[in-house]
Design a protein around this ligand. Structure first.
Ligand SMILES: *Cc1c(COP(=O)(O)O)cnc(C)c1O
Length: 346
C-alpha cells in the first residue's frame, strides 16, 4: 500500500523533557506544552506517556484540548488552558477540572463572576502584545487578584530564540517588577527561555518544541521519522519538464522517482525544487513542484532505488526541513497530515 509511515518516538520525547528539566535547578518544575494535538504528534499518546514519566503540569491552547486528555491523566495532574476563559467553556472547565490562564481584565472579571471558586492562572503582557493582562490593569487589581490565590502567573518571551536580543532582558525586568512581593508561583520561559539561564526560570518552565526535537534546544534528540513509499520510476531526457508548470527542467537525462506524499500531508509547497530526501542515507534533490499527494525526486545517481525515501529521520531533522521550507520546526510538525500510518515507539 502506498502509505507513508510517520514514526513518533515517545521515549525520545521523555528523554528531551528530562534534559530540559536538568537545565533548570532542582526547585524549578518543568511542565509540557502539548497544544495543537501535541504539536501534531498525537496528544492522547504523548500526554499519558509523559505523565507516567513524571510530568505533572500540562498546557494546551483550548479547553477542548484539555477535555481530550483529562480522563487519560491522573487526577493530580494540572491542565492549564493558555487561551484563558471563553464563556462557552464554562462546562468543560468545571467538568474536566481545567485551569484557564486568564489573559485580560475582561476575562478576569467574567471568570470571577461565572466561576468564583474555581482555580485559575494569569498571563501578564510584558511586551509581546499578543496575550496577557496589561500591566496597568494588573497593578490596579493586584491585591484583588492575588487574594484569590492564582495557581500560576505567566508571561511569554517574544525573542527567546535569540540569546542576546534586548527584548529578553526588558521582558524579564517587566515580569519581575510586576510580580514583586507575590508568593504566587511564576513562569516565564518556553523552550527558548530555558537556555537563557536561571534568571529566566522562576518556579516553572513550559517547553513545547524542545520536547519534540526542535530548535532552539540544540541538544534535543530527534523524535519523528517519516518514510515515503516509491510509486513510480520515470526516465526523462535532457530538456523535458517535470510536474505542474514544468517548474523543473532536466539539465541531463534524468531518472525520477515519484513518491507518495505531498502538501496535503503537510509537506508544504515551499519545499518545491528546494529540498532533499534520503535514499538509504544518500541525499536526492526534490525536483519540480510538490503537489497534493506526490513529490518527484531526482534519483539519477542512485545505484539502488529503495522502496521508501526518508523525508525526516536519522539523516534529516525537523529543523533542517524547516530551513529548506523557510519556516520553523513548529510549523513542520503541526502541518503533518492525517493520512500517515502513525507508529509509536515506547
Ligand atoms: C507555545 C507556547 C509555549 C511553548 O513554546 P515552545 O517555543 O514550543 O517551547 C509556552 N508558553 C506559551 C504561552 C505558548 O504559547
Amino acid at each position: 500500500m502506498a502509505q507513508s509511515v510517520l514514526t513518533i518516538n515517545l521515549k525520545s520525547i521523555a528523554d528531551n523533557w528530562r534534559s530540559l528539566d536538568k537545565l533548570s535547578g532542582p526547585d524549578v518544575e518543568t511542565g509540557a506544552v502539548l497544544k495543537a494535538n501535541s504539536y501534531g504528534l498525537g496528544i492522547s499518546m504523548v500526554a499519558p506517556y509523559l505523565a507516567n514519566q513524571g510530568v505533572s503540569t500540562f498546557f494546551v491552547a483550548l479547553a477542548k484540548e484539555g477535555r481530550e486528555i483529562r480522563q487519560l491523566l491522573p487526577d493530580n495532574v494540572r491542565i492549564f488552558i493558555l487561551s484563558g476563559y471563553m464563556r462557552d467553556d464554562i462546562h468543560l472547565i468545571k467538568q474536566f477540572d481545567l485551569i484557564p490562564i486568564l489573559v485580560s481584565q475582561e476575562q478576569f472579571i467574567r471568570y470571577s463572576e461565572d466561576i468564583p471558586d474555581h482555580k485559575f492562572g494569569l498571563q501578564l503582557d510584558t511586551g509581546m502584545n499578543r496575550l496577557g493582562m496589561e500591566p496597568e490593569h494588573f497593578l490596579a487589581q493586584k491585591d484583588n487578584i492575588c487574594n484569590l490565590n492564582p495557581e500560576l502567573i505567566i508571561s511569554h518571551l517574544s525573542w527567546a530564540e535569540e540569546r542576546d536580543h534586548a527584548m529578553n532582558k526588558i521582558q524579564l525586568n517587566n515580569f519581575r517588577d510586576l510580580t514583586q512581593g507575590l508568593d504566587t508561583p511564576l513562569s516565564l520561559s518556553a523552550t527558548g527561555g530555558i537556555s537563557l539561564g536561571k534568571d529566566f526560570h522562576f518556579d516553572l518552565c513550559r517547553p513545547g518544541i524542545g520536547l519534540f526535537g526542535g530548535l532552539p534546544f540544540e541538544e534535543a534528540l530527534p523524535v519523528v521519522s517519516l518514510e515515503i513509499p516509491l510509486i513510480q520510476i520515470q526516465n526523462v531526457v535532457k530538456g523535458e519538464g517535470v510536474g505542474y508548470n514544468t517548474a523543473w527542467i532536466a539539465k541531463r537525462d534524468t531518472t525520477l522517482a515519484t513518491i507518495a506524499a505531498g502538501y496535503a500531508d503537510g509537506l508544504i509547497r515551499s519545499l518545491s525544487n528546494n529540498s532533499i530526501v534520503y535514499a538509504n542515507g544518500i541525499p536526492c534533490p526534490v525536483v519540480g513542484r510538490v503537489s497534493m499527494d506526490l513529490i518527484t525526486v531526482d534519483i539519477t545517481d542512485l545505484e539502488m532505488v529503495p522502496d521508501y525515501f526518508e523525508m525526516l529521520g536519522a539523516n534529516q531533522t525537523i529543523n533542517e526541513l524547516a530551513e529548506q521550507a523557510s519556516t520553523i520546526s513548529h510549523e513542520i510538525l503541526t502541518s503533518l497530515g492525517q493520512r500517515y500510518y502513525r507508529s509509536y515507539v515506547l
